[in-house]
Design a protein. Structure first.
Lengths: 256, 352
C-alpha cells in the first residue's frame, strides 16, 4: 500500500519531468537552433558552475536575500494585516493605499531601490520584501474579516480579555489562511529574485542569468539559472506545505 | 506550543545560517579580524560595464594588482546603463565610465558630474544580418535599428550618418535595447540592424550571422562613446585619488595600444576575471582590425564635445545650456603625450 503510494508520488512527477526534457531536446533538435541549449548542455553548464564553486555561492546569496526580504515581510505583514482586519477604521484608512501599491511590479521599484539602498544587498532585500508583504498582509486581513462570528460570541460569553481573545481565538482561527498567504508570498518572493538581482549585486541566481547574457553565447547558463531557481522553488514549497500538516494549523480547517 | 517554538527555532537558525554563509562566501567577511571589510570601503569605487569602451578600467585594476600587489580603486561591474547611472546618482561610487552624451545631459540636468578622461576612441560597429539586403547606410531606410540607449553616442552617430546622406532620423525606426540582447535580436531578425560598443557586435560576426555595415572609424573617425566621469565632490575632496585614476587609465590605454601581445594578454585576464566572457570574443574585437577600437589620444578635446553637443541638441537629449567648460575638467591631464604606458610585460612567460 505504502509502496504503491510512494510509486505514484515519486515516479509520476519524474515521468512528467522526463517527458518534458525529451520534448525540449527534440524541439531544439528539430528547430536546428544553435543558440538555445539542449538539456545535456545545461547540465554541463551546471556542472561547470559547481566546479568553479559558483553555484553554492549564488544559491546562498539568493537564499540570503529571499530569507531576509521574506522574513521582514512576515514580521511586518502579519501583525499589520491582523490589525487592519480587526479594526474597521484602520482597514478603511489603509486599504486603498495597499491596493494601490500592491499591483506595482518590483521591477518598477528598481530605480528607487538603487537610489535608496545603493548597490548593496539591502536593495534586492527591499524588492523581495515589497513583493511578498502585500500577499501576506492581504491574507491576514481577509483571515480576520472572514472569521466566523460564532467564535467571537462564544469567546465573549467566556469573558476573555483582549489578549486572551487574540491568542486563544483570533490567532488559531486565522492561522490556516495566513499560512496559505505566506506560502503564496514565499513563491512570489522567490519569483522576483531574478528581477531583484538585476541590480549590480555580484552574486545570486538572478545575477547568474543576467551575467550569462553578457557573456556571449552562454544561454546554457541562463537556462541553468532558471533550472536552479525552479528546483529551489520546488523545495521551498514542499517545506512550507509541511507546516499545513500540523494540528494547530488544521484547527481552522476542521471547523469550517 | 511546542510546534510554534519549533518553527521559530528552525526559522531563526535558518536566518543565522544563511547570513553567515552569505557573509563568508559572497562578502568574504573574515570573522576573526574584519580588516578586509574595513579596507574595501575606503577604496575609490569606479563603475563599469563589460564592454570594450570601458576596457581600461579592469586593465588598470589588474596591472596595478600585478605590479603593486593590490589595486588602488575598486572596479564595480554593472550589467546595464540604467543601474549604473542610478548607482552613481545614489552616491555609491564617486567615479564611473558613462556614455558621453549621457554625462553631458546629466550635467545639464544639474547632476554634479565632470568628464575627466575618455574611455576609448572608436570601438563601435553597426551590424546587419548577413542575409539582409542592407549594404549601405542608405539601405537602412524603413528598417528597424537597435541602439543601446537614447543618450548613447551610437544614436547620435546615426543622426550624423543619415544627415550626411541627405536622410533624416524619420527614415528609420529606432528602438532602444540592452547590448547583451542585441546579438540574439539580430540573429532572430527581430531587428534589421544593431549598434553598440564591442564585444557584442563582434560576437555576431564570430557566430557567423552578422555582417559589418560600418565601423565607426569609417563613418565618424575617432568616435567617442564612453568617458570617465567623476563627481564634483571627489574632484574637490579626493583630488589625489582622481589624479591617480586618470593617470592609471591613461597608462593602461597606452599599454593596450603598445603591442598586439598586450591586447591579447588583456583579452585573457579581462575576460576571465572581470567580464566572465569567452576570451575569444575580446581577442577578436581587439585585433580584427587592430584599429577597431583605440585607447590612445584620450584627453578630452573641446571640438569633439562640441560636435557631440550639436548632435545631442538636434536629437533632443540636450538643451544647450551647458558648455565644454561646464561638463569637462581638463585639469587632470597636463600633457597626455608625456604619459608612459605601464611598464608591465604580462604573465605570458609563466602562463604558457
Amino acid at each position: 500500500m505504502t509502496g504503491k503510494l510512494a510509486w505514484t508520488k515519486i515516479a509520476l512527477p519524474l515521468g512528467v519531468a522526463a517527458l518534458l526534457l525529451l520534448a525540449w531536446d527534440a524541439a531544439v533538435r528539430v528547430s536546428g537552433s544553435d543558440i538555445f541549449p539542449r538539456p545535456h548542455e545545461v547540465l554541463r553548464g551546471i556542472i561547470q558552475l559547481i566546479e568553479q564553486g559558483l553555484l553554492l555561492k549564488y544559491v546562498v546569496a539568493s537564499l540570503f536575500r529571499v530569507t531576509w526580504g521574506f522574513t521582514l515581510a512576515v514580521l511586518i505583514g502579519v501583525p499589520f494585516g491582523l490589525f487592519l482586519g480587526w479594526y474597521g477604521w484602520a482597514f478603511q484608512a489603509f486599504n486603498p493605499m495597499i491596493q494601490m501599491l500592491r499591483p506595482i511590479s518590483p521591477i518598477a521599484w528598481i530605480p528607487v531601490a538603487i537610489l535608496w539602498f545603493k548597490v548593496t544587498d539591502k536593495a534586492p532585500i527591499f524588492l523581495i520584501f515589497l513583493a511578498s508583504v502585500f500577499p501576506i498582509a492581504v491574507s491576514a486581513i481577509a483571515a480576520v474579516q472572514n472569521m466566523q462570528p460564532v467564535y467571537l460570541r462564544a469567546a465573549r460569553n467566556f469573558g476573555l480579555t483582549q489578549l486572551q481573545l487574540f491568542r486563544r481565538v483570533i490567532l488559531p482561527a486565522t492561522l490556516p489562511q495566513i499560512i496559505t498567504g505566506i506560502r503564496i508570498a514565499l513563491g512570489v518572493a522567490w519569483l522576483v529574485v531574478v528581477a531583484a538581482e538585476m541590480i549590480a549585486v555580484n552574486s545570486g541566481l538572478g545575477y547568474l542569468i543576467i551575467d550569462a547574457r553578457n557573456a556571449g553565447k552562454r544561454y546554457d547558463l541562463v537556462v541553468a539559472g532558471m533550472v536552479m531557481i525552479g528546483l529551489i522553488g520546488l523545495v521551498l514549497d514542499l517545506l512550507v506545505r509541511q507546516l499545513e500538516k500540523f494540528d494547530e494549523v488544521r484547527w481552522g480547517y476542521a471547523n469550517r | 506550543m511546542s510546534l510554534k517554538r519549533m518553527v521559530l527555532v528552525v526559522a531563526v537558525l535558518w536566518c543565522a545560517l544563511i547570513t553567515l554563509l552569505h557573509l563568508k562566501l559572497n562578502l568574504r567577511v573574515q570573522f576573526f579580524g574584519s580588516k578586509l571589510a574595513a579596507e574595501t570601503t575606503q577604496k575609490f569605487r569606479v563603475g563599469f560595464l563589460p564592454v570594450t569602451c570601458h576596457l581600461t578600467c579592469p586593465v588598470t585594476d589588474f596591472i596595478n594588482k600585478q605590479m603593486a600587489g593590490d589595486g588602488f580603486f575598486e572596479p564595480i561591474r554593472f550589467n546595464g546603463w540604467p543601474e549604473l547611472k542610478e548607482a552613481y546618482l545614489s552616491g555609491y561610487m564617486p567615479a564611473t565610465f558613462l556614455l558621453a552624451p549621457l554625462a553631458m545631459a546629466l550635467r545639464e540636468q544639474g547632476v554634479p558630474v565632470k568628464i575627466v578622461y575618455l574611455g576609448h576612441r572608436d570601438g563601435t560597429a553597426m551590424m546587419v544580418h548577413k542575409d539582409s539586403q542592407i549594404y549601405r547606410i542608405e539601405d537602412l531606410k524603413g528598417k528597424t535599428v537597435a541602439v543601446p540607449n537614447r543618450y548613447s553616442n551610437q544614436r547620435l552617430l546615426i543622426f550624423k550618418a543619415l544627415k550626411e546622406r541627405g536622410m533624416s532620423i524619420k527614415d528609420i525606426n529606432m528602438v532602444e535595447m540592452p547590448p547583451p540582447d542585441m546579438p540574439v535580436a539580430l540573429r532572430s531578425r527581430a531587428v534589421d540592424a544593431v549598434t553598440s560598443g564591442e564585444p557584442f557586435m563582434g560576437q555576431t560576426e564570430l557566430d557567423g550571422y552578422g555582417r559589418v555595415l560600418y565601423l565607426t572609424k569609417d563613418v565618424w573617425p575617432n568616435f567617442i562613446s564612453c568617458v570617465l566621469v567623476v563627481s564634483d565632490d571627489a574632484i574637490k575632496n579626493r583630488r589625489a585619488d582622481v589624479q591617480r585614476l586618470v593617470d592609471g587609465i591613461a597608462q593602461s590605454g597606452k599599454w593596450l595600444d603598445q603591442t598586439m601581445d598586450h591586447r591579447m594578454e588583456a583579452s585573457e585576464f579581462v575576460a576571465k576575471n572581470y567580464y566572465s566572457q569567452d576570451p575569444r570574443l575580446l581577442r577578436f574585437v581587439l585585433s580584427k582590425p587592430p584599429d577597431r577600437v583605440k585607447y590612445t589620444n584620450l584627453a578630452p578635446l573641446k571640438k569633439d564635445f562640441e560636435e557631440i553637443q550639436a548632435l545631442a541638441i538636434e536629437a533632443g537629449i540636450m538643451q544647450g545650456t551647458v558648455h565644454f567648460e561646464d561638463y569637462v575638467d581638463t585639469s587632470f591631464v597636463k600633457d597626455d603625450n608625456a604619459i608612459q604606458p605601464y611598464a608591465w610585460e604580462g604573465t605570458k612567460p609563466t602562463n604558457q
